[in-house]
Design a protein around this ligand. Sequence first.
Ligand code: CA
Ligand code: CA
Length: 218
Amino acid sequence: MNSIKTLSLAIAGTFLMFPLSATAFTFVDEINGADLVGLEVTVKYVDGTTERDIWEATSSDSGEARRSDWFLSKDGDTDFRFVWTFGYTGNGAISSLFINALPANAVFDSIFYPGLTPGTGFGTSVGSSSGVPPTSFTYSGSIPNTLDDVRTSLELVWENGFTQSDAPLVFQADIDGILGFNPDPDPDPDPVTTPEPTAILGVLALLSLGAWGVKKKQ
Ligand SMILES: [Ca+2]
Ligand SMILES: [Ca+2]
């Protein structure tokens, strides 16, 4: 009996492991700012508080995450030559910006050359063209069957803080899409309200009365 149970567990384990080890994801290098819906952006302040926002499309090829005091936006194509913009107008100082690409079915492509993971094409390190550059940046997180270029998140850190007097940061970071990959389509779903049975009965009763009333007028 034990051997049968062991065999069953082994078979079950094989099937559980099979999808991860055998899945070859398909990547697409040419996506744009409107393709990043669901991207999670978290700002951490020097005082330890955090604010998170979820990416939304703002046009057919652009998108952003925006709270009252900050925004992260991306216009147009996400080819490695294109850039992101991060702006801040609030009080206090920001210590880090964390971007989780996976909820958008996307990954960062952190290495310029060679292309490495098939389909991802060229990637890039983080480079800034204006504004206050981060003191450091970190790519982290990986998914099965990809190489060292593919990372699921990016964090920018400012040791001395990023403040409202700093010009918006314009920076470069390549991001690619994963076709047919949806790890968690709604990580924070809204609660579903189920009508009370008595309320349903009440509605049915009103409908009956309404139908009766219509009949009576005829
Ligand atoms: Ca690549
Ligand atoms: Ca790429």
